[in-house]
Design a protein around this ligand. Structure first.
Ligand SMILES: C[S@@+](CC[C@H](N)C(=O)[O-])C[C@H]1O[C@@H](n2cnc3c(N)ncnc32)[C@H](O)[C@@H]1O
Length: 511
């Protein structure tokens, strides 16, 4: 039998269109009336993507499709196994990366039993992808199972689409902004507030299932427009792990086999595991996990990730509207900082008069505050009206505390003003001696700002920043620790500035 190849594929698409081409590939593979070294289950997703791009260059972006890499799917599948729920649903299954990984994880006997009992449900808007998923399962576990797999092709958010009773869900929903509400949607507050498709999926999944494992962008953890989603989450429980996208990125480095070199995308992702254990409310949250590309296999390990998560179940309320992403061993320090603070930074920098401090808006590994008007795009100017507090604010912005606060509640590209305004301040906890120490350290730093100027090119323009020696930050941190009554060594804060979880050294490249 001649080997079916890429030339045949493109010819078929030209002649019959994508849908009929795939129908033929799938039924021939199932019936073993076709031979190909390329068209095998492992490659179907990518080959379909290539077909889509061949037909329409923009489809992938328009549909918000970012496929789950194998190693990430394996982590999610392992977490799903232990959750309650008899029926298994993959929502937005695409070509089946998640469900195939789950079936692989439970092994062929359990997989066949699950399907035979009519307990496997697949949902996707894209009929061809859904068929690829269904056939891949039947090709792998038995032709006779094809009719036992329950599929729903259509808009998952339509009200007539419901998850079955007693189910658990694995999902990588589509990510894109809602421009128009779907015809048959229930327009919830979450949808109105966030206008993001993925949060509508999270809401529907968690309110209709016993438990779930969902991978999405991480923005719902902290950003304001997802507060109503977090309020809904208050009624459930589980844990969330979130990943930074530099230096390593969990969507980056997925295998592209022999077909193309597409390098994925740069979404900061979170995996939410909804466990719904008895008598618990809220979610335990990991720090924002930063890792190097070569550490990927160490990071994408269930035990490793599990061990990063602190014990606290977080619920949101009008005082604390966001989840914070705190390292396990820094939680006590965070508590102590918040307990000893009697104001927010915003209340002392809310004036247009007073001495100025300049802050670059981007902050990758530390925050900077300067007296010098930095020659750069992307900077904020804040004024400290109360002269006495100027040096305290200056030091705070150059300390680990300001940077940490941003990592806890955001950690994206820019440091939003709302985050700066919310930083808890403890000026009143400083003794007269500590205030003097802060004053003289601030003067010392201000005098040498010029010496530590650094320049980077961005969009053809030179951007000025200051890279103070790390010792300055450490000296400020020491005074602040004393003021807060923390006896621990400030060395514990180094990991906040590190470029990898496996390396506790401070990294000092900021842009
Ligand atoms: C991010 S992809 C995930 C694909 C696959 N589950 C994976 O993890 O690799 C999202 C999937 O959701 C599907 N989708 C988009 N909008 C949808 C909707 N309104 N209802 C159901 N599925 C939808 C897309 O066709 C796509 O297959």
């Amino acid at each position: 039998m001649a080997q079916y190849n890429m030339v045949d594929y493109f010819n078929d698409i030209d002649k019959k269109g994508l849908k009929k081409t795939w129908h033929s590939i799938l039924s021939k593979t199932l019936n073993k009336t076709f031979e190909s070294r390329i068209f095998i289950i492992d490659n179907f997703g990518e080959l379909y993507e290539i077909g889509l791009e061949y037909v329409n260059k923009n489809t992938k972006k328009e549909m918000g499709k970012y496929y789950t890499p194998k190693d990430v799917a394996a982590v999610m599948a392992k977490w799903l196994i232990n959750l309650k729920g008899e029926k298994i649903c993959d929502v937005g299954c695409g070509c089946g990366n998640l469900i195939l990984s789950y079936l692989d994880t439970i092994g062929p006997d359990e997989a066949i039993k699950l399907i035979n009992n009519g307990n496997l449900y697949l949902y996707d808007l894209d009929e061809i992808a859904l068929n690829i998923c269904k056939y891949s399962i039947a090709i792998k576990y038995g032709k006779e199972l094809l009719s036992k797999i329950k599929t729903k092709s259509g808009d998952f958010l339509a009200q007539n689409v419901k998850l079955p009773q007693n189910c658990k869900v694995i999902s990588n929903p589509p990510y894109f902004k809602i421009k128009e509400y779907g015809e048959n949607w229930k327009i919830t507050k979450v949808i109105k507030d966030s206008k993001e498709l993925y949060s509508a999926f999270i809401e529907k999944i968690i309110t209709q299932s016993m438990a779930s494992v969902i991978i999405t962008p991480y923005s719902f953890i902290g950003s304001d427009k997802f507060y109503s989603l977090r309020q809904i989450m208050n009624n459930y429980n589980g844990f969330i792990v979130s990943f930074d996208n530099v230096p390593g990125n969990i969507f980056h480095g997925r295998k592209h086999g022999i077909f193309n070199t597409n390098t994925g995308n740069s979404v900061r992702a979170a995996i939410t595991v909804v466990e719904n254990a008895a008598n618990i409310k809220g979610f335990r949250v990991s720090p924002l996990i930063r890792f190097k590309a070569e550490e990927r296999s160490k990071v994408l390990n269930n035990d490793f990730l599990w061990n990063l998560i602190n014990e606290r179940y977080q619920v949101v309320n009008t005082q604390t509207k966001a989840f914070y992403k705190c390292h396990k061993d820094l939680l006590k320090i965070l508590d102590c900082w918040e307990k000893n603070s009697d104001d927010k930074l915003g209340n002392i920098i809310n004036s247009s008069i007073g001495e100025k401090i300049y802050l670059p808006t981007t902050c990758r590994y530390f925050t900077v505050g300067s007296k010098r008007n930095l020659k750069r795009n992307g900077k904020r100017v804040i004024c400290v009206k109360d002269k006495e507090k100027y040096n305290y604010v200056y030091c705070l912005l150059n300390s680990t505390f300001a940077y940490w606060y941003w990592r806890l509640y955001d950690g994206g590209i820019n440091c939003p003003l709302a985050i700066i305004n919310n930083i808890p301040i403890f000026y009143n906890k400083l003794t007269a001696t500590q205030k003097n120490e802060i004053d003289s350290l601030a003067h010392e730093m201000q005098e040498c700002e010029e010496k530590y100027l650094v320049y980077k090119m961005n969009a053809g323009k030179s951007q000025e920043n200051i890279k103070f020696p790390i010792e300055y930050r450490q000296r400020i941190n020491k005074i602040f620790f004393k003021a807060l009554g923390i006896n621990e060594s400030t060395a514990i804060l180094a990991k906040i500035h590190s470029s990898s979880l496996f390396d506790n050294r401070e990294f000092d490249d900021n842009e």
